[in-house]
Design a protein around this ligand. Structure first.
Ligand code: 3PG
Length: 389
């Protein structure tokens, strides 16, 4: 693939704008997994070594555009980077229009790009604004490479030079290598709460997988075909698609669930068959029978693709399903396991199974779309911007 590589172009004493994916899981304004930041550090260090003037862009979560919301601020990430890069001057700039002129070897972290009007829609004016800040644009946010946004696509089109950072290059190389002729059975495990974006991916993955296990909000949408799922998260608009998919492919849905309900301000917890859920209950995790069934399937796998927890693992009460499934994936020594996604990285860190997973991608949706064979807009942009040296 012909794209410019940050390591091979002259970035010495240049103004470089780096798009990273610092979209890390947060709870009460605290970072709960540092994996994506750590994966971006070599790129920042490479720019520091070259005494570049470094500007960093990233998104965090999915805030409402043009409106500051503290819970989506990149400030905690800036604080972490400041601690990690002790002897470097790092500035936090809230508004893209207030960029300051920094010295060589200094860094600006801009506030969440998704607060900027026009970011999501790849607005030309905003993309040109980003591009005007730099001599070279470095795309290194593999996790966001599937988004055609102003900071992942438009900026590169307008920048004088656009190249790929080391993380993006290593993700492309490693994923390509690992999905070439996968050994069978290929088992996919797809969970998490981003239902709508994952459903189309599920369509493709179910087609290439021998078995697809679903958890979280995706599973709830399947359960909602024939069952009451109470207050659980699901996507009404995808029920029809879910119905078609389950008829066509080998998709395994939880047979039992852990739920909770609140009555007179009191929490009640249940574990029951997935067809016995009442109006006031919310599904939070898979039940013991589902755990057993899923583990049995995982144990047969020769290749595993894993994205997303099967329950609300952040809460101790609803962690067991994700914990057991994670260990089953980690302990299947006969398989090649590929994992990706912000929450999946957090789960891998939580259960300390990093060494037992064959390849861990920093991408979630991007990782799945890449595996599915889709063209990712940021990579297409980099191909268009390729200049032969
Ligand atoms: C992710 O977490 O998958 C990436 O950071 C992309 O986030 P998005 O789905 O909100 O675009």
């Amino acid at each position: 693939m012909l794209i410019n590589d940050m390591k091979k172009i002259n970035i010495r004493k240049k103004k470089i704008l780096i798009r990273l994916d610092l979209n890390v899981p947060m709870q009460n304004n605290k970072i709960t997994s540092y994996a994506r930041i750590k994966a971006s550090l070599p790129t920042i260090k490479l720019a520091l070594k070259n005494k570049s003037k470094i500007m960093i862009l990233s998104h965090l979560g999915r805030p409402i555009e043009n409106k500051f919301q503290e819970k989506y601020s990149l400030f905690p990430i800036f604080q972490y980077l400041k601690k990690k890069l002790k002897n470097t001057n790092i500035y936090f700039i809230k508004n893209i229009n207030d960029a300051i002129n920094i010295n060589y070897g200094e860094i600006i972290i801009f506030e969440n790009v998704r607060f900027n009007k026009g970011e999501k829609t790849n607005n030309t004016k905003l993309a040109k604004k980003y591009a005007s800040l730099c001599d070279i644009f470095v795309m290194d946010a593999f996790g966001t490479a599937h988004r055609m946004e102003a900071s992942t696509y438009g900026v590169g089109m307008f920048a004088k030079i656009a190249c790929a950072g080391p993380l993006l290059i290593s993700e492309i190389k490693s994923l390509k290598k690992s999905i070439k002729n996968p050994q069978r059975p290929l088992i996919t495990i797809l969970g998490g709460s981003k239902i709508s974006t994952k459903f189309n991916i599920l369509k493709k993955l179910a087609k290439i997988s021998d078995t697809t296990i679903v958890g979280g909000g995706i599973a709830n949408t399947f359960l909602a075909i024939n069952n009451n799922i109470g207050k659980s998260i699901y996507e009404k608009n995808f029920i029809k698609l879910a119905k078609n998919l389950i008829k066509k492919y080998n998709i395994i849905v939880p047979i039992d669930s852990r739920t909770f309900s609140i009555k007179n301000k009191k929490y009640k917890y249940f574990m029951k068959n997935s067809n016995l859920i009442t109006d006031h209950e919310e599904i939070m995790d898979i039940g013991d029978q589902s755990i057993k069934k899923f583990i049995k399937i995982i144990n047969t796998a020769k290749t595993i693709i894993w994205n997303g927890p099967v329950g609300v693992f952040e809460s101790k009460k609803f962690r067991l399903g994700t914990e057991k499934i994670s260990y089953a994936i980690a302990n299947n020594k006969k398989s090649f396991s590929l994992a990706g996604g912000g929450d999946t990285l957090a789960v891998i860190e939580m259960f300390k199974i990093k060494k037992q997973i064959s390849y861990i991608s920093t991408g979630g949706g991007a990782f799945l779309e890449f595996i599915e064979g889709k063209k990712l807009p940021s990579i297409e942009m980099l191909k268009q911007k390729y200049i032969k040296n």
